[in-house]
Design a binder for this molecule. Structure first.
Ligand code: HEC
Length: 137
């Protein structure tokens, strides 16, 4: 009997962790790959919780850049960003280096991850969309 309860508990546990991923529209493999890219290329500046570092690196939590126009967002990664911006009343003047060496797939994964993490909820970014923006220059 104890064994049965254990197995039931285990199944419930597995079920609930799966459900977490199924909630959003982006598929879980894409989010997991996006998290790996984020950890390697964005986390040192924007931090694990997307909160950034005040007056140095802006937060990625519900900003107009993260949630807004995808072309602009993709271009920040392809071209970097070098203009003073104000987020939540704090000014950021450090430049962000481009990460254009990442593949279209890596950029789509990391942006889909960012748009669906840290409390953000926005549509996925596809590799085709990144490719189209890259082609325009
Ligand atoms: C060397 C530090 C650094 C790295 C690495 C970095 N960023 Fe940034 N990021 C910045 C800074 C600084 C700004 C503000 C630039 C400005 O004001 O011109 C910024 C701005 C942004 C913005 C627009 C402003 C906002 O907060 O919404 C987004 C989106 C963004 N970064 C996403 C990313 C993503 C995704 C990665 C990883 C692929 C990344 N950054 C890697 C430092 C960094």
């Amino acid at each position: 009997m104890k064994k049965l309860i254990f197995i039931l508990g285990f199944l419930l546990y597995v079920g609930s962790t799966n459900a977490q991923f199924k909630k959003g529209s982006p598929s879980s493999p894409s989010l997991l790959k996006g998290k790996a890219v984020y950890t390697q290329y964005c986390l040192p500046c924007h931090q694990a919780d997307g909160g950034g570092v005040m007056n140095m690196n802006p937060p990625l939590i519900e900003t107009t850049y993260v949630l807004g126009d995808k072309t602009q967002l993709i271009n920040i990664l392809l071209k970097g960003l070098n203009k003073p911006i104000v987020i939540d009343g704090d000014k950021y003047t450090n430049p962000m280096p481009a990460v254009s060496h990442l593949s279209d797939q890596q950029i789509s994964d990391v942006l889909t991850y960012v748009r669906n993490s840290f409390g953000n909820k926005a549509s996925a970014v596809s590799a085709a969309e990144v490719k189209a923006v890259r082609a325009k220059k």
